[in-house]
Write a protein that binds this ligand. Structure first.
Ligand SMILES: *Cc1c(COP(=O)(O)O)cnc(C)c1O
Length: 371
């Protein structure tokens, strides 16, 4: 029998979450972000839930190729553009749009021999100070691009640093809109937090929004709001089973470093999941876990292949009982948000979903239906 750990992807939840973004940003076209292998969900599996998308945004040409192999003929944007001149050939062949954020990428375009002119997204650094032309240099970059026969259409893109926080987007949006005001072309600014929080805001109205995390059921502004507050459903369930049981008495300790000490008799479950599966080692005692759909807590340290949980709330549980680390309990439908587990480890849901380890088998619950 294989080790019982499993990641199950729920395309139906992605479909639902996509509609949530649509209703939050009703005038915008949706470019679903499927970089990092669809945030760890697998592009092919996630795609099933994203057929209503208007486009996709990826990081690597290989991801664009996989979308084309799925017969996606619509828009695909390379979020960081190309990394070298010869990538442009594949862009031409795949009909991929690409971001232009630096002079070198314009040089490469100028040197690129193509029959098919490209659509590019000129990126402004409106305050994030990662990629893009500063507002001062933006219009000269535009003029250069606009003069190239290799370029057919120019759109404008920027990225917010604080869409999910108290600083907000106004300071960046103002610069972006002002500098591009009289330039012809579509605009794209909002990520998930931007689309959910500001999607219906007149000033933030964009031709394209670029939601990522929200599609996978994580709240971009957790803990201000939860996935439940936003009406989002988890797109991934990480599940496993109890593989051992110990009965502790007062004073007994659990695991490496004896990080947990029982203050009375208690039943402990040993779970087939550890940091080598991508479960964060920084989760400590009290991190929530579902056993038979009942909420309980982790005890002591996470080790490479195992964690220990308190079986007090699920006294009937034993070897073989269902465990959910995040997602939805198959038996009861109870939800455990990945955001809660991430917070217990001092990180964000993004990191956990991207970090599910290669040794964890991944299935889609729609594959099961189709068989
Ligand atoms: C990753 C990314 C997004 C999506 O961000 P979320 O917070 O996951 O919605 C949007 N735009 C760019 C440029 C990105 O790199």
């Amino acid at each position: 029998m294989p080790r019982p750990i499993l990641a199950t992807i729920h395309p139906q939840a992605i479909r639902h979450n996509l509609q949530r973004v649509r209703s939050a940003a009703p005038d915008a076209k949706l470019m679903c972000v499927t970089k990092a292998n669809a945030y760890g969900h697998g592009i092919e599996r996630a795609f099933e839930g994203m057929r209503a998308a208007d486009g996709f945004a990826v990081l690597e040409l290989e991801e664009a190729q996989r979308l084309r192999r799925l017969d996606w003929r619509g828009p695909i944007l390379l979020l960081e553009g190309v990394f070298e001149l010869r990538d442009l050939e594949l862009c031409s062949r795949l009909g991929v749009w690409h971001t232009v954020h630096c002079d070198e990428q314009i040089d490469w375009l100028a040197a690129h021999k193509t029959q098919i002119p490209h659509r590019v997204f000129l990126k402004m650094n409106s305050g994030m100070n990662r990629l893009g032309f500063t507002p001062e240099r933006f219009r000269s970059a535009y003029a250069r691009l606009n003069a190239l026969p290799q370029v057919e259409e120019i759109s404008f893109v920027t990225h917010f640093s604080d869409a999910d926080g108290p600083r907000g987007i106004a300071h960046q949006l103002e610069v972006f809109m002002q500098v591009t005001e009289d330039l012809p072309g579509e605009r794209s600014a909002c990520n998930s937090a931007g689309a959910l929080i500001f999607g219906s805001d007149e000033r933030a109205r964009n031709d394209w929004v670029r939601p990522g995390i929200v599609l996978y059921g994580s709240a971009p502004d957790y803990p201000q709001r939860t996935a439940q507050d936003w009406g989002l459903l988890p797109a991934m369930t990480l599940s496993t089973k109890v593989i051992g049981v110990q009965n502790l008495k007062a004073g007994d300790t659990v695991g490496y470093g004896s990080a947990f000490t029982a203050d009375g008799p208690m039943k402990l479950g040993v779970i087939a999941c550890g940091y080598a599966d991508g479960y964060p080692r920084h989760c400590g005692t009290d991190t929530p876990v579902l056993v038979n759909g009942v909420r309980t807590r982790l005890l002591g340290r996470v080790s490479m292949d195992m964690i220990c949980v308190d079986l007090t709330p699920a006294p009937e549980a034993g070897v073989g009982s269902e465990v959910v680390l995040w997602g939805r309990s198959p038996s009861t439908g109870t939800l455990l948000s990945i955001d809660e587990v991430a917070a217990a480890a001092g990180t964000v849901g993004y990191e956990l979903m991207c970090a599910v380890a290669p040794r964890v088998p991944v299935v889609s619950d729609e594959d099961v239906l189709r068989k």
